[in-house]
Design a protein around this ligand. Structure first.
Ligand code: DUR
Length: 309
């Protein structure tokens, strides 16, 4: 083979480049990544981002800044780690930080928000000619039948009907896309967690919904149109089908990364056990500690990949 005997990448990008499945894009004289406040005419994207190998995304701008600072420390990089600048400072939609080969970006809450970010991120990686990029969502979630603080590595992202698919409305048609994630990457991450071993980590299905309250069977929203019994019956059925946590971004993340040939994983900590309640009532300190767990796991994985540990 032409790639030095390495295994074929199957659906993963040829030559390691991302796939841009849009014939119209080449016709643009300039591509403005509006929500990042970046563009192909205004910024030298290859020199800014060409060396990126790991992209980590998560909901909150502050958490993704904290992750960038943490990675800076962990990789033992030069310079003032307190001085990591927001590349997207020109917009308050998303925040972006770069430390060596690691890009850390916030995506907000929910499918529409992460989807907009991913369109522009994938185009950015394309314009910058990045190769062999691994992308990981590090997030929070509600657990089903597992101890709060458990980290769930997603094998398959499923929708509210427990189907491994994402439905995108395109014009007035529904396009159904697979929500496959990278199996080997999930296994490698689980192996890393065994080496750290300071918190429980499992592999399981992740359910992705369009809402935090009624959409996740919560009884404590402003609206609730079902009984307590119906809630438990639904969550039990989710558990029986293999779902271990619920969040709001994984299906579209898996679908888009898969189509564009990015090696992708979803790693979320559970903030509560939904069979015990709906409100997130742990102390601020406990929640902060929980949210560091996916970061520690990914830092370990990145160090291993870079031969730093
Ligand atoms: N999240 C949930 N459900 C939970 C806990 C966390 O969806 O029970 C995730 C998804 C969303 C944000 O981005 O965190 C909502 O708090």
């Amino acid at each position: 083979s032409s790639n030095g005997g390495l295994p074929e990448r199957d659906s993963y990008a040829k030559n390691g480049f991302v796939h841009i499945k849009n014939p119209h894009l080449d016709l643009l004289p300039e591509d403005i990544l509006y929500h990042f406040d970046l563009g192909t005419k205004t910024h030298d994207l290859p020199s800014m981002f060409g060396d990126v190998k790991f992209v980590c995304v998560g909901g909150s701008p502050n958490r993704m800044r904290a992750f960038a600072l943490f990675i800076h420390q962990e990789l033992g990089l030069e310079g003032d780690s307190n001085n990591v600048a927001d590349i997207c400072a020109g917009t308050d939609r998303y925040s972006m930080f770069k430390v060596g080969p690691v890009l850390s970006i916030s995506h907000g809450m929910g499918i529409p928000s992460i989807s907009i970010m991913l369109h522009e991120l994938i185009k950015l990686l394309h314009h910058a000619k990045c190769r062999d990029v691994t992308i990981i969502r590090i997030g929070t979630s509600g657990g089903i039948g597992i101890e709060p603080g458990t980290v769930v590595i997603t094998d398959v992202a499923v929708d509210s009907f427990f189907r491994p698919q994402f439905e995108q409305v395109v014009l007035d048609k529904v396009v159904v896309r697979k929500t496959e994630l990278h199996k080997e990457l999930a296994e490698d991450l689980l192996q890393c967690s065994k080496e750290i071993a300071s918190f429980p980590t499992i592999i399981g299905h992740t359910m992705c919904t369009y809402d935090f309250y009624e959409g996740q069977g919560r009884l404590d929203g402003a609206l609730c149109s079902f009984s307590k019994e119906e809630k438990f019956e639904y969550l039990q059925r989710a558990f029986s089908s293999g779902v271990r946590n619920i969040e709001m971004e994984s299906t579209v993340f898996a679908a888009m990364c898969h189509l564009c040939g990015l090696k992708a994983a979803v790693v979320c900590v559970t903030l509560l056990n939904r069979l015990e309640g709906d409100q997130i009532s742990e102390s601020h300190e406990t929640l902060t500690e929980y949210q560091k767990r996916p970061q520690q796991l990914i830092a370990e994985y990145i160090k291993k990949q870079l031969n730093l540990s």
